[in-house]
Design a protein around this ligand. Structure first.
Ligand SMILES: Cc1cc2nc3c(=O)[nH]c(=O)nc-3n(C[C@H](O)[C@H](O)[C@H](O)COP(=O)(O)O)c2cc1C
Length: 368
């Protein structure tokens, strides 16, 4: 069921958003929601292990756009997860594919065969053939743009929409905050809808980015503790306890041994990772390891660590990927309640300024 619609008038419930404000929010989200065929231009960012059938279906049912995380799944496993999600919802949802997956082409084919409407390519610039194959099959392609030049290139390569994800986000991150990315990219990309991600925890923030020209917003961290999320209770508990300052990027000890930055809650694992890097670098300097072997050793430290945290609840040694918005996760509640709250916060912010009958802002708001 949709979280809220403009026809649900608030007369009896003072907490419900007023219809005029919701209509204004609808106007701001119109392009972004139309692109995904969802009620609201809010995406459930794909989270490996967390964004499986239950959370994805719940988000799409709630009027957002759920996105399945393929992660390291092999093609038959992805086909099974898509079918299971389709059994739970008739609403559209997308599939997030990691571009360096060795069987990317087959994964795209699985999406085509299953009638998936949107593929989100993550983890790097997608290869041209993968984009073309998806588009030739009638699938809309969404790509992550880490900078303006790449955003333009991706649009030229056929991306139908872009996500700009700031370093506030949980999981693998780039170096630039959403605050800056939004200013650098939103004014210059008009041909395709651009969705913002990273550190978004409340509806007022979504509204502000819509007003800057974003088509909608993608949130991950806020949805981890949805009741429908199958994340281990200890993983959810870590989110409920976590504050923004606890969600930090991985630290790289030596410029010769690059570490892909991942934002996660600090725990024993993140401390051990520093010691591990120091030890591997010492062995390299002592001639006990080649540079390649040392680099691989560092990269392998976190192998399987997100699965251990999400599925087994090992939140001490596993990787508890979380964005800075983790401090705004305060309870476990249905996905529909989270979506409704985001919408209500955005609508309340619009109401607070006053919206004219024509959908424009009344004098107080317009004069800002
Ligand atoms: C636990 C976790 C796992 C994630 N896994 C993926 C992933 O597999 N693919 C991807 O594109 N993004 C992944 N992300 C990023 C989210 O899709 C989303 O862009 C991000 O969470 C948005 O920022 P926020 O966490 O501040 O809301 C992950 C994020 C988290 C917190």
């Amino acid at each position: 069921m949709d979280a809220l619609t403009p026809t649900q008038t608030p007369a009896a419930d003072p907490a419900a958003p007023d219809a005029m404000a919701v209509a204004e929010l609808d106007r701001l989200m119109e392009r972004g929601a139309r692109f995904f065929g969802s009620r609201w231009a809010i995406l459930g960012g794909a989270m490996s292990w967390v964004s499986e059938r239950n959370l994805v279906a719940a988000l799409s049912e709630a009027g957002a756009f759920g996105v399945l995380a393929c992660g390291a799944m092999e093609p038959p496993r992805l086909a099974e997860e898509i079918a299971a999600t389709q059994a739970l919802t008739k609403k559209p949802f997308g599939v997030n594919l990691i571009t360096m997956h060795p069987r990317l082409d087959e994964l795209v084919q699985v999406c085509l065969d299953a009638g998936i409407s949107h593929i989100v390519f993550a983890g790097g610039i997608p290869p041209g053939p993968a984009i073309r194959k998806a588009k030739d099959g009638g699938v809309k392609v969404v790509c992550f743009a880490p900078a303006l030049a790449l955003a333009k290139k991706l649009v030229r390569s056929g991306a139908d929409a872009l996500v700009i994800e700031g370093s506030e986000a949980g999981g693998h991150i780039g170096p630039v905050s959403l605050n800056v990315l939004a200013q650098e990219i939103l004014p210059h990309i008009r041909d395709v809808p651009v969705y913002v991600a990273g550190g978004i925890g409340r509806g007022e923030a979504i509204l502000s980015y819509l007003e800057m020209g974003a088509a909608g917003a993608q949130l991950g961290t806020r949805f981890v503790c949805a009741s429908e999320s199958i994340a281990h209770p200890r993983f959810k508990q870590a989110f409920l306890r976590g504050a923004a300052r606890d969600a930090l990027p991985t630290v790289q000890l030596d410029e010769n041994f690059p570490v892909i930055p991942v934002r996660a809650l600090q725990n024993t694992g993140t401390k051990l990772f520093l010691q591990h890097q120091a030890e591997v670098i010492r062995r390299f300097r002592a001639g006990e390891l080649t540079k390649e072997a040392a680099q691989l050793d560092i990269e392998h430290f976190w192998a399987g660590a997100l699965r251990r945290a999400v599925m087994e609840g090992d939140v001490e040694n596993g990787s508890v990927m979380a964005g800075q918005s983790v401090g705004m996760v305060s309870r476990e509640e249905p996905a529909a309640a989270i979506v409704a709250e985001l919408v209500a916060q955005a609508a309340a912010a619009i109401s607070a300024r006053g919206v004219s009958a024509g959908g424009g802002f009344a004098a107080a708001g317009a004069a800002r």
